[in-house]
Ligand binder design. Structure first.
Ligand SMILES: [Zn+2]
Length: 384
């Protein structure tokens, strides 16, 4: 497989007009005049050639939710993701009773890193919950919130086949620091749905947390005398994920984040729920009724409850808001792969990595998807 003449988004964050070649599903060369046409050729003249997108925070799509706890739901999400150019994702939970989360993790364990030709690869589990503040719970169901409990986390990780990649926690809760200390030796700890003051959040980071879940949403505001979790994330050089769907965050704040935070640590996420890819209407989110209008998903009281957008759409929206394409692309590929610890084989166009490659036209619309070195027939995947 060879892709000729495109603007290749190289792993140093720079575009270069050249060719890229894959053999046996792996990127084998990037450079001039490559000739391996075995497995097909793509002419990428006037196009961007970028890594497959990596969505580390997605709950569902096309009527399916990761927390349905079924193989069918995971497959449905995975097909939708691949149709959007997302080649790797983390199945993301919401706050639920432990027994239910255990069952969800058990089903997930049979899917992690399993490759199908028509589905994005689920690289692991992102536990969003259940260790959150009541005040900042967002759409998380209050009855199921619990204080940080490392024994519970260990049971969930075991059920997932040791495939938890990210766990989210509010650092101000009782037992949180012990939890962060222990959990951060195993995987990425993210601060989330939290009332933490600046000092409490700094302590969370110095104890081992390295990431913030949907920055600005589900936390106290970034204020000039009380900078809270957002200010602490800046001072502690944390990874920050956020939803640039044009609804969760004002365009000016999107621009400010890309100026303020380390461009190698900003991650775009979809936070998509089951209505993503479906028409407007009433849907269920963990037993709660939600209304979807366009990209906006809300509870009856107006609280935002995830999104109905895809991560590449967030990337395009960020660029519309004025973010340089190279920064938006890093935030959609290598940065999320790194923070989740899944960047060894994916996340960039690097020789030796898996050949998950997207060809985008000038308007950033997907022209081709090369998945594990195979050119996909985009129309044959589950396209909404
Ligand atoms: Zn979420």
């Amino acid at each position: 497989m060879i892709i000729n003449n495109g603007m290749i988004f190289c792993d140093d964050g720079v575009f270069r007009k050249t060719d890229i070649e894959a053999r046996n599903g792996i990127i084998t060369s990037i450079g001039e005049k490559l000739t391996n046409h075995e497995g097909g050729a793509v002419d990428a003249q006037n196009c961007y050639v970028v890594p497959g997108f990596v969505d580390i925070h997605t709950h569902g799509a096309m009527g399916a939710d990761f927390c349905d706890g079924t193989s069918d739901a995971i497959d449905t999400m995975a097909r939708y993701q691949l149709s959007k150019g997302v080649t790797s994702f983390l199945g993301t939970t919401i706050t639920l009773p432990e027994e239910q989360l255990i069952d969800i993790c058990k089903v997930a364990s049979t899917h992690v890193n399993v490759v199908h030709p028509d589905r994005a690869v689920m690289r692991g589990v992102h536990l969003e919950g259940s260790f959150f503040s009541h005040e900042r719970r967002g759409a998380h169901i209050p009855e199921y919130l619990v204080d940080p409990d490392f024994a519970m986390l260990s049971r969930l990780n075991e059920a997932s086949g040791d495939n938890v990649c990210v766990v989210a926690v509010a650092p101000e809760l009782p037992g949180s620091l012990e939890f962060i200390k222990a959990a951060s030796t195993l995987f990425t700890v993210s601060l989330a749905h939290s009332e933490a003051s600046y000092n409490e959040a700094v302590t969370g980071f110095t104890t081992g947390a390295t990431h913030v879940t949907h920055l600005f949403n589900g936390m106290s505001p970034f204020s000039h005398r009380d900078p809270g979790l957002v200010g602490a994330a800046f001072d502690c050089d944390a990874y920050v994920e956020f939803i640039t769907d044009g609804i969760h965050i004002h365009p000016a704040v999107v621009r400010a984040v890309f100026q303020m935070f380390n461009e190698n640590k900003i991650c775009l996420i979809s936070d998509s729920m089951r209505a993503c890819g479906l028409p407007d209407g009433q849907y269920d989110l963990g037993g709660q009724a939600v209304t979807v209008v366009g990209r906006k998903v809300s509870l009856p009281d107006g609280t935002l409850a995830g999104s109905a957008t895809s991560m590449p759409d967030c990337m395009r929206t960020a660029v519309e808001f004025g973010i340089p394409l190279t920064k938006a692309l890093k935030a959609a590929t290598i940065n999320p792969a790194k923070t989740a610890g899944i960047d060894k084989d994916i996340g960039s166009l690097t020789i030796g990595k898996r050949a998950d490659i997207i060809v985008l036209d000038n308007n950033l619309v997907i022209k081709n998807i090369i998945f594990g070195g195979d050119l996909l027939d985009i129309d044959s995947i589950n396209k909404p």
